[in-house]
Ligand binder design. Structure first.
Ligand code: IPD
Ligand code: CA
Ligand code: CA
Length: 286
């Protein structure tokens, strides 16, 4: 059964309570970490802040929605595994930034209903920015309505992406895409927090975002928020998003087609040493 409007309001409030509780913990631990552990892959870290923030979120969910399924980054799948409701939570998205005291990270609490992201809260405790949305209820930043940018041309866009932790173990990286799109747009950023990347597309700071190697907890909240803010989310080729594929193309909608087209045209990285990719004046310096 689809959720009622009242239920969506309730779930949004629960997600907000959980994200704010985790945010307080992240603020307390920043710069005061005693434990930073490697999860196996180079750069994939977990800290006591990740664990404490996740425990705070689980406590809130257990109090309000004890019969729902939970997929939490540090604890895995929990609760009633047959529920139509699945909470995908990342207590600290941007752990590498956080471990270095670079304050670009956020809490991400998303809810899928029947497999579709429908509620999302992303809280950045360092800028005190709260991004929220539920299907049909609109998207807000600090409780004010927000929407995606109106940029229509790729040449005028600012994009963002990220590099997955398996980047040293695979040739399937997005390095070539990053270079190629850097030359086609006004710039490509790499923030280190997929949740904030999606939230920033939703509020118009970025025009588009693509990335591979993601997990459902990285993007469920952001997908719900971005779609409600007027954005578009698909696979790279424009087909429907499969959350578990780990690959996402998320834009303001206006540049979606051209970004999707360019992503499918990216030449191999090796050709970036080719001087034909330089402007005439740069070629003159060779
Ligand atoms: C990571 C961040 C990063 C993205 C990685 C994610 P974590 O999450 O979202 O931006 O590039 O793929 O795993 O490990 O900081 O929660
Ligand atoms: Ca994450
Ligand atoms: Ca995390």
């Amino acid at each position: 059964m689809p959720p009622t409007t009242d239920q969506l309001h309730t779930f949004l409030d629960v997600a907000t309570e959980a994200a704010l509780a985790a945010g307080v913990i992240l603020q307390d631990y920043l710069g005061n970490l005693a434990e930073i552990e490697d999860k196996g892959r180079p750069g994939d870290l977990v800290t006591e802040a990740d664990r404490a923030a996740e425990a705070a979120i689980l406590k809130v969910l257990d109090r309000h929605v004890p019969d729902h399924t939970i997929l939490a980054e540090e604890s895995g799948q929990l609760g009633n595994l047959n529920s139509q409701y699945l909470w995908a939570i990342d207590p600290l998205d941007g752990t590498t930034n956080y471990a270095h005291q670079y304050p670009v990270s956020a809490v991400s609490v998303g809810l899928m209903i029947d497999g579709i992201p429908q509620v999302g809260v992303i809280f950045d405790p360092f800028r005190q920015e709260l991004f929220r949305a539920a299907k049909g209820l609109g998207a807000t930043r600090n409780r004010r309505p927000m929407q995606v940018s109106e940029t229509t041309e790729l040449e005028k866009s600012l994009l963002v992406s990220g590099f997955a932790y398996d980047r040293r173990q695979t040739i399937d990286t997005n390095y070539a895409e990053f270079c190629y799109l850097t030359h086609l747009t006004q710039g490509v950023r790499r923030s280190g927090s997929a949740a904030l990347d999606l939230a920033y597309v939703a509020c118009g700071r970025f025009d588009g975002y693509w990335e591979r190697g993601l997990s459902p907890w990285d993007i469920t909240a952001g997908v719900a928020i971005l779609e409600e803010a007027g954005g578009k989310v698909t696979a790279y080729d424009g087909s429907p998003l499969q959350i578990s594929s780990g690959r996402i193309l998320a834009t303001n909608g206006q540049i979606h087609g051209s970004l999707s087209q360019e992503l499918q045209r990216v030449p191999p990285l090796a050709t970036w040493a080719d001087s034909s990719r330089l402007t005439d004046s740069a070629q003159g310096m060779l």
